[in-house]
Design a protein around this ligand. Structure first.
Ligand code: 8X3
Length: 248
């Protein structure tokens, strides 16, 4: 049976991806910090749950043991944004945390699981980046810097693995309305979080992005999708967001 491991599987895009891959026949290892959430998900999709903090070397080294010798697909989805302060007054602890999760955590998990991906003879690494890894925007500093890091690490890994049967993909979503992304970014301020999506006709939802990841994983093993930018119709670019009805 083909196996997939998804980090950040406790909610949002990670959770939806675990479901989508399981529906496509993968045996899915659901990885996140919140044990109760991933245990429920794993039970629902007949997968496995492993509690893990990608920022902790000890926690991640236990992953390899739990996965065993072989892994077909790794989806690095653990990530997120904290704050929206200008560079001048940004909280560097937030920046540190964003870099730790979005870049170093992803690298740490990938390093640990590359031997198992290699052993499958057809490994695929999917890194969930962001449109924030393509442009700068005011107040985005720490997050855009981290997601640019995610993008460049993905590109570098693809170059370094050239000649091996391992595919490396970045999925870069724009505005996705998930239950937690903006809520976490704004420290639990629900009004601020909801204002992000106010009057936007149909932002992406987690299953939209999960479907893209499922598709990438379904392609023949010689086909590498390098990067895939996915946005809602309402968001033509980072600074070009239509608020108001579109679809009637
Ligand atoms: C999320 C996209 O617009 O919040 O990764 O930077 S944005």
């Amino acid at each position: 049976m083909t196996t997939a491991l998804v980090t950040g599987a406790s909610s949002g895009i990670g959770e939806a991806t675990a479901r989508a891959l399981a529906a496509d026949g993968f045996s899915v290892v659901c990885v996140a910090r919140r044990a109760d959430r991933i245990a429920a998900l794993a039970e629902e999709i007949d997968g496995t749950a492993i509690t893990c903090d990608v920022t902790s070397p000890d926690s991640v080294s236990a992953l390899a043991e739990a996965v065993g010798g072989r892994l077909d697909v790794l989806v690095n989805c653990a990530g997120g944004a904290l704050g929206s302060d200008p560079v001048e007054s940004a909280d560097l602890a937030d920046w540190q945390q964003m870099y730790d999760v979005n870049v170093l955590g992803l690298v740490r998990v990938t390093q640990t699981l590359l031997p198992a991906l290699r052993a499958s003879g057809q490994g695929l690494v999917v890194n969930v980046g962001s449109t924030a890894g393509r442009v700068a925007y005011e107040g985005g500093g720490g997050y855009t810097a981290a997601k640019h890091g995610t993008r460049v690490v993905t590109q570098t890994l693809r170059l370094e693995l050239n000649g091996e049967p391992i595919r490396v993909t970045e999925i870069a979503p724009g505005m996705v309305h998930t239950e937690e992304f903006s809520l976490v970014r704004f420290g639990g301020d629900r009004d601020r979080a909801e204002a992000v999506y106010a009057d936007v006709d149909s932002p992406l939802v987690a299953t939209d992005v999960a479907e893209a990841i499922r598709w990438v994983a379904s392609l023949p093993r010689h086909v590498n999708i390098d990067e895939l930018v996915i946005r809602p119709v309402a968001q033509a670019a980072q600074h070009k967001l239509h608020r108001g009805p579109i679809f009637g």
